[in-house]
Design a protein around this ligand. Structure first.
Ligand code: BGC
Length: 746
């Protein structure tokens, strides 16, 4: 039931536009308006019942910590995202939570962003598909989701005041599409605006962002919620479409809204619109069910974590065989790092240690496990630990080192300054690899770490990211081959930090961060510029092998295509394969990345089994955002549709030709001479007029020196006229400009 707002006073209405406290909205009992609970998210429920904070400082009630987005992103599997979303939704019901804050779908612009563990990918399609599956599944259980942080919140440094200076094409093609897809496909209950400014205007009062793009272009009809404490100018915020301020402001900003209506800076209609949207949320009000399926969700957390692990390198060492002596090294094997710091921090119901899980599996397989810490996170100079681990490794068949970053090194609130693992860990890895017959490194990290300096010394590397509370069990399952790894990198692992396209402009200076790399984010840059990387976006190995054949692309009339292929499991184990479809083109007037991910799917195959896949690419897969026309344009031209094993490796491709949009741009005196001559109707008319006004000698000269036109092609018509001795009378040009306007833009 939604309350009738005509019975509310202006003061009551304004009061509904900010929270009561940290996690709840205000109720008005007489009007039948209940309070609702909003809380973090995204990979578990952080329900606090005592001291409240949004930095994860104070504990919350125990709930299941599922794998954070960095892991889910690497699953490349919308079923995994949906399973996590549904389980988080169910736990929200247990705690009486109406809105779960998340998922975060900001793009990993730099590997240094302290919050990359909470984001899916450097690619907008992957982020959008996974986020959409999460939101849909979560909302099907009852509660709402709050899609965050809108927009261009790609770093933690100065996150509350930095201006992300980003051109519109880049916003539309890279930083917006995940939000756009989720808004249009999954209708999240709310969208959370970010702390930062976008092109100089705080997101929390940015009308272009919150009304023109989010509501008018994408049709979002729910309320926008502020990130916690993001309100910059409350009155401007209401006018811009920022409806609910969280947490509560103690009533101060409510009064500002009332005053603004009284003195005419806001209309009451604007307030009513915001109130209506906030009230629609109260339909999500629920009492806690207290029904937390602890065991079932722990099992699910293990299953989805295993789907997210990426096998980066494997030289005939994994899966571990039975009957072996295995040396387990590194404190992360005992006290796993499985989630990030800050507002998403979950008080997990339990945690699996990899050591415990591996010991159980090894025992069943007549093997033995010994453990040595090898390094200390607290005392980097503990050399004795290293010697002990090396001695253990020497007597083992295989050494498995659990290395990674501690929470001190990456968290919400600050960015990293480098990609390296701590020096004592690198030293240990090298020393163990020199002593052990075989060495495997298992990584735990929220953002990409450098593999340089030790990659070639070891036999296998398993990228475990942050895997949630059951990550230890999931790693054991993959190490022993109970689960065949099927994760793929959602983010490139570069050779050097300096190779990253944002490097020169991250994290910005003097209040501004310029996204000068434009659309060339992550693999879009590395592949286009031919910069070598350690492992490309999309990379990931399996214990089996796959073959892709019979690739065929059908072009449909509306500039969309269907890609068909046959995938066969050519090995002797069941496994999952990610089919990745990219589009490569140089069509159109703007610089395009070498290739862009446009469709993907994950399929499961028994040994020897073949499956047909068919993936449809809509016209957007071929479009760029045209800043002059303010819309998506598919340029006529040739497009290569490529099936790839990762962003750098094409398995098969087919060229297609698209008719594209017929774009006829209006001519002005600022249009170039080239534009005038290239115009389909004006060009020939102009040429005819020009030829008629030329002497025979001039005409012959023009024919003999075609380069003369090239020299003036880029001159605006206005400037060109000065050189033409009145050959183009103003009235003639005027009528040609009118002619150009008449042309219908298809
Ligand atoms: C974070 C949000 C979070 C909110 C509430 C903010 O600091 O940026 O992601 O949802 O706090 O905890």
């Amino acid at each position: 039931m939604t309350a009738d707002i005509s019975s509310l006073t202006l003061e009551q209405k304004a009061s509904l536009l900010s929270g009561k406290d940290f996690w709840t909205t205000k109720s008005i009992d007489d009007a039948g308006i209940p309070s609702i609970v909003l809380t973090d998210g995204p990979h578990g429920i952080r329900r606090q019942d005592a001291e409240s904070d949004n930095l994860g400082i104070n504990d919350s009630l125990p709930s299941t910590c599922f794998p954070p987005a960095v892991a889910v992103g690497s699953s490349w599997d919308s079923d995994v995202a949906a399973k996590v979303g549904a389980a988080v939704g169910r736990e929200a019901l247990a705690f009486g939570v109406s809105v779960v804050l998340g998922p975060g779908v900001n793009i990993k612009r730099s590997p240094l962003c302290g919050r990359n563990f909470e984001y899916y990918s450097e690619d907008p399609l992957l982020s959008g598909v996974l986020g959409s599956a999460h939101v849909t599944a979560l909302q099907e259980t009852g509660p709402g989701a709050s899609l965050k942080h809108f927009a261009a919140n790609n770093q933690e440094t100065e996150r509350m005041r930095i201006s992300a200076d980003v051109d519109e094409r880049t916003l539309r093609e890279i930083y917006f599409p995940a939000f756009e897809r989720i808004v249009t496909e999954a209708q999240p209950a709310t969208v959370m605006c970010s702390y930062n400014k976008v092109n100089g205007v705080y997101a929390s009062h940015n009308k272009w962002l919150l009304t023109d793009v989010l509501r008018s272009d994408w049709g979002f009809d729910g309320p926008v919620v502020s990130d916690w404490g993001a309100v910059s100018d409350r009155v401007a915020g209401v006018a811009a479409g920022m409806d609910l301020e969280m947490p509560g402001s103690g009533g101060g900003t409510d009064q500002q809204i009332v005053d603004a209506v009284r003195d005419g800076r806001l209309t009451e209609d604007q307030v009513d619109d915001a109130v209506r949207r906030v009230l629609a949320l109260t339909a999500l009000h629920r009492e806690a069910t207290d029904d937390l399926p602890v065991d079932q969700h722990h099992t699910l957390a293990r299953e989805v974590a295993a789907e997210s692990i990426v096998l980066l390198k494997n030289q005939a060492v994994l899966p571990l065989r039975g009957g072996q002596r295995i040396a387990i090294i590194g404190p992360f094997a005992v006290s796993p790092r499985f989630q990030g710091g800050g507002s998403s921090h979950i008080n997990a119901t339990r945690t699996d240690s990899a050591l415990g899980e591996l010991a159980a599996l090894a025992k069943d397989r007549n093997g033995t496990i010994d453990y040595a810490p090898g390094f200390s996170l607290e005392e980097p100079d503990a050399a004795l630990l290293k010697d002990e681990a090396v001695n253990l490794a020497r007597t083992a068949d295989t050494a498995v080192i659990f290395a990674g970053l501690s929470e001190r090194e990456e968290s919400e609130g600050f960015d990293r300054t480098g990609l390296e693992l701590p020096a004592n860990q690198v030293e240990l890895i090298r020393a163990v690899a020199a002593a052990a017959p075989k060495t495997v490194v298992v990584l735990s990290n929220g953002g990409v770490v450098s593999l340089e300096g030790w990659h070639d010394d070891v036999d296998a590397i398993l990228e475990g990211w942050l895997l949630g509370q059951a990550g230890g069990g999931a790693l054991a399952d993959v190490l022993f081959g109970i689960v065949n790894p099927s994760g793929r990198l959602a983010e490139t692992i570069p050779l050097r930090l300096e190779d990253n396209p944002s490097w020169l402009n991250f994290p910005g200076e003097q209040g501004h961060v310029r996204y000068s790399e434009g659309v060339f984010v992550g693999y879009r840059y590395y592949t286009t510029a031919g910069v070598k990387v350690r492992y490309p976006f999309g990379h990931g190995l399996s214990y089996t092998t796959f073959d892709t054949s019979n690739v065929e692309v059908d072009t449909l009339s509306d500039d969309s295509v269907t890609v068909h292929a046959t995938v066969t499991n050519t090995g002797d184990r069941p496994g999952k394969h990610v089919v990745q479809v990219y589009v490569a083109t140089t069509a159109g007037p703007v610089r395009r990345p070498l290739r862009e991910l446009r469709a993907f799917t994950k399929i499961s195959l028994a040994p020897g089994e073949s499956k047909q896949v068919a993936l449809t690419l809509g016209r957007r897969a071929f479009a760029y955002w045209d800043i002059e026309l303010g819309r998506w344009v598919v340029p006529a031209g040739t497009y290569a549709v490529q099936l790839c094993s990762d962003a750098s490796t094409v398995l098969a491709e087919q060229d297609i030709t698209l008719a594209g949009d017929s774009i006829i741009r209006e001519l002005t005196l600022d249009s170039t001479v080239g534009d005038w001559f290239a115009h389909p109707t004006v060009g020939p008319a102009l040429m005819a007029g020009l030829s008629a006004s030329m002497s025979e000698e001039q005409a012959q000269q023009a024919q003999e020196n075609p380069d003369q036109l090239k020299m003036v092609e880029s001159m605006p018509m206005q400037q060109f006229l000065a050189f033409t001795n009145g050959a183009f009378p103003p009235e003639a040009l005027q009528s040609l400009m009118e002619l150009s306007r008449k042309e219908p833009a298809a």
